[in-house]
Design a protein around this ligand. Sequence first.
Ligand SMILES: [Fe+2]
Length: 338
Amino acid sequence: MALSSFGYVGYRSADLSEWNTYGTSLLGLQVVDSTRQSIAFRMDDRKQRIIVEAGDGGGASFYGWEAEDREALHAICRRLDQAEVPYTKMPTALCEQRAITEGVTFFDPAGNRLEVFYGATVADDDFAPSRAISGFVTGPLGLGHIALYVENIEPAHEFYTKILGFRMSDYVTAPFRAFFYHINPRHHSVALIEGKSNDVHHMMMELYHLDDVGQGYDIALKTPEMIATTLGRHSNDFMTSFYTRTPSQFLMEYGWGGKLINVNDWTPYEVTVGPSIWGHERDWLSEEGRQKAREMKLKAASDGVREPLYVAGDNFRDNAINCIWWEQARKASDSSDM
Ligand SMILES: [Fe+2]
């Protein structure tokens, strides 16, 4: 794979001070640079991951995709050449601004500005979250994932898979059409959601501890209208998460427990249970869509759909269950699965 991860992202906002408050008091990001024109946030050892620029209209300005090294960047350029996609080398001043060594920029079929780069600057000091969180799951998995509304999924699918080397993880067709793609073990780094316009739908950031997410939910509940999707669990990456509206209008998913996949042995499939196995009431869906989603979740409940937890690091203890009826029930379940 030529691309390794989702490296950085840029948004627009008419109100940078609102972003400052949102990014620190809810998300727990660290402000590293704040001017009247822009604000930059850290979320790990990188110098910056999220840049918000002053501007009307909200939404995203650019998406930075990391290539492992110079050779990987040039391999992407060769694929762009073959596909006759025009691209521009990023000037030195822009590379310095992005805190990268080298990069190129071009547009996807939906008009999103993509920047492929290598050599991101690592900060000299430790990440200091602005509220008491355990930290974000980043490193080789990248900063999280991005979900894009696209009017026409097919050309975007061709572009991300054939030129950029993304591989499909899975897809849903109801209550909306959405396709999920990976470039590393994170279940998806990009999702394409069929919509009425080309826009950013949401970004996801993943926390180490479930309690970071729950405590963030309590903070968000102080402003209930900020919550766009209630706490719930996804049916494909098994992320437990909630979504808030950012000061740039799009949504931010704040989650825990995303499944990692084996990129060398993965077959895409249709997820028919719906996008979530419980929770995740989406206020941005039509009433018809919400009703359909509720029906699917209640069916999941009546079917007894449940999935294991995917836990990172040392944030769990394995309870040694010693309960006769549970062991009997488990053995009966195991033998019926055989
Ligand atoms: Fe998501």
